[in-house]
Design a protein around this ligand. Structure first.
Ligand SMILES: [Mg+2]
Length: 231
C-alpha cells in the first residue's frame, strides 16, 4: 500500500477539544459585557437553542449560509433562552469576540508528526465540521502552520458534514489523490472512521484513552503511530 495523503479531523484529533468548550467561551464573552450566567444555564440554553435551530431549519443551513449569518442567528437563540433582553448586537459581539477567547491546544506530538509526513512527501489535509475560515483560524492559533496543509475542507467547502461521502470526496479531489491512496485519521467512529471507509479511504481511529471496544477497527493511541501505518 502506498499512502500519498493523510487527512485529519481537527477536534480531539489534532487539537484538544472539551465537550463544553463552546458554552465556556459564551460565558466568558457574556462576562466581558457584564452579564453573569452559570455554566449550567448556558449549557441548557445551548441545548434548547439547538432544538430551536432544528425546528427553524437553521441547522440545515449550517455550512450553506455565511458563517456570520449562521452564528448571529444561533447566538440569538441562545440569548433568548438565557432570558437576556432582545439584543441583536450582543449576538454579533459574541461572534466577533469568539476567536479571541478560543483556546487552541494541539496535542504535543501533532507538529512533529505533521512535519515528518511533509518531509516524506505526503500531502496533508483537514476535514472538519466547522466553517473553512474557522478551521484556518484554529490551525493558525494552534501554531499548526497553515502552509503545512495542502487542503482544508469545512462544511461550507463541501456543503455537507461528515460522514457524508461528498465531504471526503471533495478533499480527495482537491488533493488529486485516489481514495485508496489516502488515509483519514479521526476520533469519531461514525463521522470519521466509517465516513472515510465509505468512500474507499483507509482509516485510523485515534483512541487516546483506549476505551474503544469495537472489533475490527484500526486504532492508534497517539498520532506518532500514523508513521508506522503508512509504510
Ligand atoms: Mg473530532
Amino acid at each position: 500500500m502506498t499512502i500519498k495523503a493523510v487527512l485529519f479531523d481537527l477536534g480531539n484529533t489534532l487539537n484538544r477539544f472539551d465537550s463544553d468548550f463552546d458554552e465556556k467561551i459564551f460565558q466568558r464573552i457574556l462576562n466581558l459585557v457584564g452579564i453573569a450566567r452559570s455554566l449550567k444555564n448556558i449549557k441548557k440554553a445551548f441545548k434548547n437553542a439547538i432544538e430551536d435551530a432544528e425546528d427553524l431549519e437553521l441547522l440545515s443551513y449550517y455550512g450553506k449560509i455565511d458563517s456570520n449569518e449562521y452564528w448571529h442567528q444561533f447566538n440569538s437563540l441562545v440569548i433568548k433562552h438565557l432570558k437576556i433582553a432582545e439584543n441583536e448586537d450582543l449576538a454579533k459581539v459574541i461572534h466577533s469576540k469568539w476567536f479571541d477567547f478560543m483556546e487552541c491546544t494541539p496535542y504535543p506530538e501533532a507538529k512533529d508528526v505533521l512535519s515528518e509526513l511533509k518531509q516524506r512527501g505526503l500531502k496533508i489535509g483537514v476535514i472538519s465540521t466547522a466553517y473553512e475560515e474557522e478551521i484556518r483560524f484554529v490551525l493558525e492559533k494552534a501554531g499548526l502552520e497553515k502552509t503545512t496543509f495542502d487542503t482544508i475542507v469545512g462544511v461550507d467547502t463541501a456543503q455537507c458534514m461528515k460522514p457524508h461521502p461528498d465531504i471526503f470526496k471533495c478533499a480527495l479531489r482537491k488533493l488529486n489523490v485516489r481514495p485508496e491512496d489516502a488515509m483519514f485519521v479521526g476520533d469519531e467512529i461514525e463521522a470519521d472512521y466509517k465516513g472515510a471507509k465509505s468512500v474507499g479511504m483507509q482509516a485510523l481511529l485515534i483512541d487516546r484513552t483506549e476505551k474503544q471496544k469495537e472489533d475490527d477497527l484500526k486504532t492508534i493511541k497517539n498520532l506518532k503511530e500514523i508513521l508506522s501505518n503508512i509504510d
